[in-house]
Design a protein around this ligand. Structure first.
Ligand SMILES: CC(=O)SCCNC(=O)CCNC(=O)[C@H](O)C(C)(C)COP(=O)(O)OP(=O)(O)OC[C@H]1O[C@@H](n2cnc3c(N)ncnc32)[C@H](O)[C@@H]1OP(=O)(O)O
Ligand SMILES: CC(C)C(=O)C(=O)O
Length: 515
């Protein structure tokens, strides 16, 4: 492959040398998250969202607690224009939410943008122009000065059309490949033109439009701007990382360490090409460090479902925090560790191996945490039988049964659910017969023989069973390795209740093998 075609970022742009404070910093509070799903994400869809889908996304975003939302590029299409009008006319924008609208630096499009936002209580008008040398030459056909004049002319027009409740945002698109002195010249000039002040701050949004370097380079670029932007207390330093190198999240996190106060991105990382930075991962990364993300992810499956509906793009099952499989363990040692960790978890500090956060915090149940296939071991199998059927297998029986399961899953190549495991357990230790629990488990049957093989001597002295209405219950008085104990079982079916009763008597007496 002709790798010589490509150059490192250091040959493409002047990367500023700066004193670096970011490597030693920690993130102690969430930045302002700004979802751009309705603009940047939306425009990367084969079928852009219509008003009902946009509205569903908007309601999701406000419900989750986002306070600034980029609602569209109203001059680009009728759909975007209509949606912004819908927000303005419906009066449905919550009092604490600000709508951002995006516009290029072109007179007619700026005018149309202002026509769209008329009547909205609070808006940010977001002006953008690509500033990197290749874009100046190839796309815009303007040199530095010409482009600067064009930006200032448009910014002046924005100022003229703005009402008191309008704030201003500028994005030097492809900031990461633009000369730092040029970005400062343009941005500082706009802070003056728009008269940035602490009570009406200007947003300078510095995008990694196409990721082009390792995240530490972006952090250096951001820290340089953080140190050199004028009217700094009146400027909100924002970032907008894309994910071309797969390091969008790292870029955003390091940028926050380097001084960024606001982060634009999309839920589950939708957006042009490889997407915008993923706000779900960013926010929950903070949460997992004990920092309030200021966004509610307590129903992450619903968030995912709405995003999939609106984008018509599925979220990967292994997507951090929200994917279908991310709180599930298939492999034996992981299952064993999780099962032990969950067993000890008392609702306080989270110390469960292999699970970075408690699945319950994002609305996931523990049931799906452990799934069994041929990669699984005795810990996971025992966990499923215990949580699914109340069967607490003694350690030695676990080892015996896991070999049975392994043979079955190896042969089928398939996953075994808790119900499959029960069926296998019944066929192995309790068969035949299903009409009464005791006819199977109560006779000195296969279960008792299996326990004896593991060194646990069980004699069933007496038993009762109730299965008239509702779940069957069963009681057993057993002599287990010489000690007399009662065991109880309760389940929808009598065989399971009976097996539970015997096994619970076993575990109460002693799991130790007979001398
Ligand atoms: C990084 C980003 O996400 S940027 C946003 C990307 N999203 C979109 O582009 C979706 C919406 N865009 C659109 O619907 C259209 O591009 C429109 C309505 C904005 C403009 O449409 P058209 O007038 O047909 O132009 P076209 O789509 O071909 O865009 C190219 C023109 O825009 C100019 N342009 C590009 N960026 C800017 C800018 N920030 N400010 C002013 N002009 C710009 C180009 O120089 C080019 O002009 P030229 O035709 O004189 O060479
Ligand atoms: C113009 C900015 C905000 C952008 O969308 C990008 O650079 O990707």
């Amino acid at each position: 492959m002709p790798y010589q075609k490509y150059r490192p970022i250091f040959d493409r742009v002047d990367v500023p040398h700066t004193e670096r404070a970011w490597p030693a910093r920690r993130i102690g509070q969430a930045p302002l998250w700004v979802p751009v799903d309705l603009r940047d994400g939306n425009q990367a869809l084969a079928e852009p969202m219509d008003t009902p889908r946009k509205r569903r996304m908007f309601d999701l975003l406000t419900g989750m607690g986002f306070k600034e939302i980029e609602a569209g590029y109203p001059s680009a299409s009728r759909t975007d224009f209509d949606f912004v009008r819908h927000l303005a006319e419906s009066g449905d924008v919550p009092d604490d939410v600000t709508i951002v609208v995006f516009t290029p630096a072109r007179d007619d499009l700026i005018e149309r943008t202002f026509a769209a936002v008329e009547g909205l209580p609070r808006t940010v008008v977001h002006l953008y122009t690509a500033t990197a040398p290749v874009w100046r030459e190839v796309v815009l056909g303007r040199d530095r000065d010409e482009l600067h004049r064009m930006i200032r002319r448009s910014a002046t027009q924005v100022l003229r059309l703005a009402g008191d409740s309008t704030r201003f945002q500028f994005s030097p698109e492809v900031f990461n490949l633009t000369e730092p002195d040029y970005v400062l010249e343009v941005c500082n000039g706009l802070s003056d033109l728009w008269d940035a002040s602490p009570d009406r701050p200007v947003i300078h949004n510095l995008p990694a439009t196409v990721e082009a370097a390792t995240p530490n380079v972006y952090a250096d670029q951001i820290e340089y701007m953080h140190r050199h932007l004028t009217r700094r207390e009146a400027v909100i330093l924002s970032v907008h990382p894309h994910n071309d190198r797969g390091t969008g999240v790292a870029c955003a996190e390091l940028a926050v360490l380097a001084g960024a106060q606001r982060v634009e991105g999309c839920l589950f990382g939708n957006g042009e090409r490889t997407g915008n930075v993923d706000l779900v991962t960013l926010a929950l990364n903070l949460y997992a460090q004990g920092v309030d993300p200021m966004i509610d992810f307590s129903g992450i499956d619903r968030v995912r479902e709405v995003v999939e509906h609106c984008n018509r793009i599925p979220v990967h099952p292994r997507h951090p925090y929200g994917g279908e499989l991310v709180y599930t363990a298939f492999s034996g040692t992981h299952q064993d560790a999780i099962s032990k960790g969950l067993g000890r978890y008392d609702g306080g500090r989270w110390e469960v191996p292999y699970l970075p956060i408690d699945p319950a915090d994002v609305g996931r149940t523990y049931e799906a945490v452990i799934r069994v296939n041929s990669q699984s071991g005795k810990g996971g199998i025992a966990h499923l039988l215990k949580t699914g059927y109340g069967l607490d297998l003694p350690p030695r029986l676990r080892a015996d049964f896991s070999q049975v399961v392994q043979r079955a899953t190896d042969a089928s190549g398939r996953e075994a659910t808790a119900a499959d495991l029960w069926e296998l357990f019944e066929a192995t230790y309790l068969a035949p017969g299903r009409s009464s629990g005791w006819r199977t488990a109560g006779s000195p049957g296969a279960l008792v023989r299996a326990l004896a093989r593991e060194g646990i001597k069980v004699e069933i002295l007496s038993h009762t069973e109730h299965a008239a209405a509702g779940p069957a219950t069963a009681y057993a008085e057993c002599r287990v390795n010489g000690e007399t104990r009662w065991g109880a079982g309760r389940d929808v079916s009598a065989p399971i209740a009976a097996a539970q009763a015997v096994l619970s008597a076993v575990s109460r007496a002693s799991a130790r093998p007979a001398p």
